[in-house]
Design a protein around this ligand. Structure first.
Ligand SMILES: [Zn+2]
Length: 90
């Protein structure tokens, strides 16, 4: 009776999972030209990402650890692509 199905093919890393959650929530995005991840500095999108992490952490990961992983990814991502020329500084 007790059967567990994997919802997704293995998540490579907790960080990879956190990045995908943040992208789904719209909290980060990839530079179209250079593929650098950028923090969109949207507090509502961040809230959504933390909410997803709490409610739906990866298998074997506690909601707290999932939320920490989200925070670590946000900490590690800047709000601008390092290779794009700044647009609003002329
Ligand atoms: Zn760029």
């Amino acid at each position: 009776m007790l059967m567990f199905k994997e919802r997704r093919p293995a998540i490579r890393t907790l960080r990879g999972w956190a990045i995908s959650v943040l992208q789904d929530a719209g909290a980060i995005r990839e530079c179209e030209e250079h593929a650098w991840l950028q923090d969109r500095a949207d507090p509502h999108a961040r809230d959504r990402a933390f909410d997803i992490a709490h409610r739906n952490p990866p298998a074997g990961v506690s909601p707290e650890a999932a939320a920490v992983a989200i925070g670590e990814v946000l900490d590690s991502i800047g709000d601008a692509c390092p290779e794009c020329p700044p647009e609003d500084v002329v």
